[in-house]
Ligand binder design. Structure first.
Ligand code: FE2
Length: 208
């Protein structure tokens, strides 16, 4: 049996139209995400002793992964983690602005929503080549906007991501072609801040 499987999308492929088109969603979820999972499982089959570890455990200590599969776990484990988070924080409904403790933290630590949005959009636009921009909770429970290349994930550097935007071309090229900034502007209104706020509160509880 495969160790990791594709999590449910949670909404129809066309639910994020027109901002994210149905065809992109289908290919992104069914092909790209599934391929990361297949390659991750294939790598772990070569080291069954790792089968018991959670994805977060695998990614948060890559040095402990045997060298012959370390890059595969990094890229494909990262790909699985990142896309699993991505589907969850997008929604056709939900709060379209930060709520609760997260709203307070964004006001306190990131100078409010408008400033967050500008910094997050810039990080996503400026990531050279493939990668992600992130909103993370750092080691001191503080919010940070960051960006990472390829399928790298903040857990690899001791931070917890609560929101991410995929800026690989496969995430937007069919609809937006080279207009990444336009994709970013249309992505942000789809964020389900109820889910992101829930993740933030979970992280605070975990480390309190
Ligand atoms: Fe992607």
């Amino acid at each position: 049996m495969s160790r990791f499987t594709l999590p449910p999308l949670g909404y129809p492929f066309d639910a994020l139209e027109p901002n994210i088109d149905e065809r992109t969603m289908r290919i992104h979820y069914l092909k790209h995400h599934q391929t990361y999972i297949n390659h991750l499982n294939a790598a772990l089959e070569r080291h069954p002793e790792l089968m018991e570890k959670s994805l977060t455990e695998l990614l948060s200590d890559l040095r402990a992964i045997p060298e012959d599969i370390r890059t595969d776990v990094r890229n494909n484990g990262g790909g699985h983690y990142n896309h699993s988070l991505l589907w969850k924080i997008l929604t056709p409904g939900g709060s379209n602005r930060p709520v609760g403790l997260l709203k307070q933290a964004i006001d306190r630590e990131l100078n409010g929503y408008d400033s967050f949005r500008a910094v997050f959009s810039r990080a996503a636009a400026e990531q050279f080549g493939s990668g992600w921009a992130w909103l993370v909770v750092d080691e001191d429970d503080r919010l940070q906007v960051t960006r990472m290349a390829n399928q790298d994930n903040p857990v690899m550097v001791g931070k917890t991501p609560i929101l991410g935007i995929d800026v690989w071309e496969h995430a937007y090229y069919l609809k937006y072609q080279n207009r990444r900034a336009e994709y970013i502007d249309h992505f942000i209104p789809l964020i389900n801040w109820d889910v992101v706020a829930g993740k933030y509160e979970q992280v605070l509880k975990q480390f309190s």
